[in-house]
Design a protein around this ligand. Structure first.
Ligand SMILES: CCCCC/C=C\C/C=C\CC/C=C/CC(=O)SCCNC(=O)CCNC(=O)[C@H](O)C(C)(C)COP(=O)(O)OP(=O)(O)OC[C@H]1O[C@@H](n2cnc3c(N)ncnc32)[C@H](O)[C@@H]1OP(=O)(O)O
Length: 280
């Protein structure tokens, strides 16, 4: 089978048949399996894959590029040991100008719309902690495999004095239901891997990255004989309600974010939280 992406080969081959391609950003590494057409997308923004405007934009461009170049599936993972993503980069939300905050939020919205609605089958290979925005990324994929039992995942926004936006919440509701989402979000719960498995927030818990890749292959294999259009339309219908809310309310959602995040007591809380993280 010929290579599905037309980009320039950039780095060495890591898996058999896998080629590295330039994602256009040093923050995102893309390797496409020549044989299957499945792309492994790895976030690599040290130290914790904080989702700033640049990384969000790079992810968005990558998703676009994979679709345009007819990849057959995508695995979203991280190249940073023990970290999937620490969520939104708090430095972007602390003391930001209204222009920068708006750009940041709009980039997040676009990235999520793209990821959540892609017709490609998607797997989150969660090889590290995935709080808040990191959990959102994983939840937006169709299948979640966590590697190792020492990591946590969840929407912990209330612990920071924030709230998870409606579309973050709705994404979780679609996976674990309203009752468990309400309990988790009001308390800002970060689930252990075992808890996440029990509640269905992750689909599998495995011991190694190799096992996770095998699970992903098995998941993609489910669609071998299913026409792509039928699969894509079905995914669209299932996800339409959650997606449509943001598509119809982007401006409102941005205003809510801007108004809330700039409140003096919210800014003070963010500053203290950042300090506490740095002091560790
Ligand atoms: C009426 C009031 C309403 C208010 C509502 C307001 C707004 C509502 C609208 C929108 C809501 C906004 C939604 C936000 C979602 C989010 O994603 S917020 C981010 C939440 N993330 C976290 O809480 C995770 C914090 N990080 C950690 O727990 C740990 O770092 C880790 C991920 C578990 C990793 O631990 P590890 O020990 O490996 O690393 P360190 O903790 O030592 O960190 C290394 C380095 O990285 C910095 N850092 C960590 N996380 C972030 C982050 N999210 N953003 C920016 N920077 C981060 C940390 O400070 C260290 O920095 P260094 O010391 O300078 O190296």
């Amino acid at each position: 089978m010929t290579t599905v992406l037309q980009h320039v080969v950039r780095r060495s081959i890591l898996r058999p048949f896998a080629k590295s391609f330039s994602s256009g950003s040093p923050l995102v590494d893309v390797q496409v399996n020549d044989k299957t057409g499945v792309a492994i997308v790895k976030m690599g923004r040290a130290p914790v894959n904080g989702l700033n405007t640049e990384l969000l934009g790079a992810l968005n461009d990558t998703f676009d590029s994979l679709e345009k170049n007819k990849a057959t599936g995508m695995i979203l993972s991280s190249s940073i040991p023990n970290i999937y993503s620490a969520g939104l980069d708090i430095s972007e939300m602390y003391n930001g100008t209204p222009e920068n905050l708006t750009k940041f939020w709009n980039t997040l919205q676009s990235m999520w719309i793209n990821l959540y609605s892609t017709p490609l089958p998607t797997v989150a290979l969660i090889n590290g902690n995935a709080p808040a925005g990191g959990c959102l990324l994983a939840m937006s994929c169709e299948y979640r495999v966590m590697v190792g039992s020492k990591f946590v995942i969840g929407l912990n926004e209330t612990q920071l004095g924030l709230f998870a936006p409606k579309w973050f919440q709705d994404t979780m509701v679609s996976i674990i239901g309203p009752r468990q989402t309400e309990l988790a979000l009001t308390s800002g719960k970060l689930f252990s891997a075992q808890e996440a498995l029990k509640i269905g927030l992750i689909d599998e818990l495995v011991a190694s990255e190799e096992e996770a890749l095998a699970s992903s292959d098995k998941f993609f294999g489910l669609f071998k004989r299913i026409p792509g259009y039928a699969r894509g339309q079905t995914k669209n219908f299932v996800r339409a309600e959650v997606l449509d809310w943001l598509l119809k309310n982007r401006e409102h959602d941005t205003k809510v974010f801007l108004n809330s995040i700039q409140l003096p007591h919210v800014q003070k809380g963010l500053g203290l939280y950042l300090q506490s993280l740095k002091k560790k």
